[in-house]
Design a protein around this ligand. Structure first.
Ligand SMILES: Nc1nc2c(c(=O)[nH]1)N[C@H]1C(S)=C(S)[C@@H](COP(=O)(O)O)O[C@H]1N2
Ligand SMILES: [Mo]
Length: 196
């Protein structure tokens, strides 16, 4: 297992970002409840500014190279959960397979509940950005985004789409669900980038 909980050193002095309180609970935050999913028809797509658009069934996705990492989780509403063990596929694995075009600047994630969130490409191409299917050694709970969610330990957690089914590479930013509602585009917790 890789311990990536020291990534805060890139951004600030303290592991728990300013204005955050540590919790041992793992609250559920969903805009509209937990959407159903069907393993038979579930499809994960990689589209947009890439050389080769990709599509994976649930079975195919689970065969991709994966990693287990210990990471921290920072919610913009003020709680941080330390030492979360997630297993999944690092973002660069997907980006490399699709071949990202030179003019790609942003990435839009989409999900089964019509949630979207956007990040600059350079904030995504890091191994800590995982498409995670497991938490603390168990299959990811449905309420926490199972079967598959994104985790972004260097950003507030709204940048990590639960129930993720799509990654679109974009030549310019678009606003995601919370970004349209005034939350920060960049969402760096150590700068307290909560609102735009
Ligand atoms: N698809 C989807 N992803 C989502 C959300 C959502 O409502 N739908 N909420 C976001 C927010 S605001 C947070 S804080 C985290 C919460 O993850 P958790 O419910 O596992 O704690 O998921 C993020 N990803
Ligand atoms: Mo959140």
């Amino acid at each position: 297992m890789q311990d990536v909980t020291d990534l805060y050193q890139e951004f600030g002095d303290d592991r728990v970002p300013p204005g955050q309180r540590e919790t041992s609970k793992f609250p559920v935050l969903s805009k509209s409840g937990t959407p159903p999913w069907d393993p038979e028809t579930w499809e994960f797509t990689v589209t947009g500014a890439v050389d080769t658009p990709l599509s994976f069934s649930w079975e195919e996705f689970q065969e991709l190279p994966s990693e287990t990492q210990c990471q921290d989780f920072h919610c913009v509403t003020g709680w941080s959960k330390l030492d979360c063990v997630f297993e999944g596929v690092p973002f660069p694995v997907i980006a490399d397979r699709a071949g990202v075009s030179e003019d790609a600047m942003h990435v839009l994630f989409s999900a089964l509940d019509d949630y979207t969130t956007d990040l600059p490409l350079e904030d995504c191409t890091r191994d800590e950005v995982l498409f995670a299917w497991s938490f603390d050694g168990e299959p990811l709970a449905r309420d926490h985004g199972g079967p598959l969610r994104v985790v972004t330990p260097h950003k507030y957690a709204y940048k990590g789409a639960k129930w993720v089914t799509g990654v679109e590479f974009l030549t310019e930013p678009v606003l995601g669900y919370w970004e349209r509602r005034g939350y920060s585009e960049t969402a760096n917790p150590w700068n307290e980038e909560r609102y735009s």
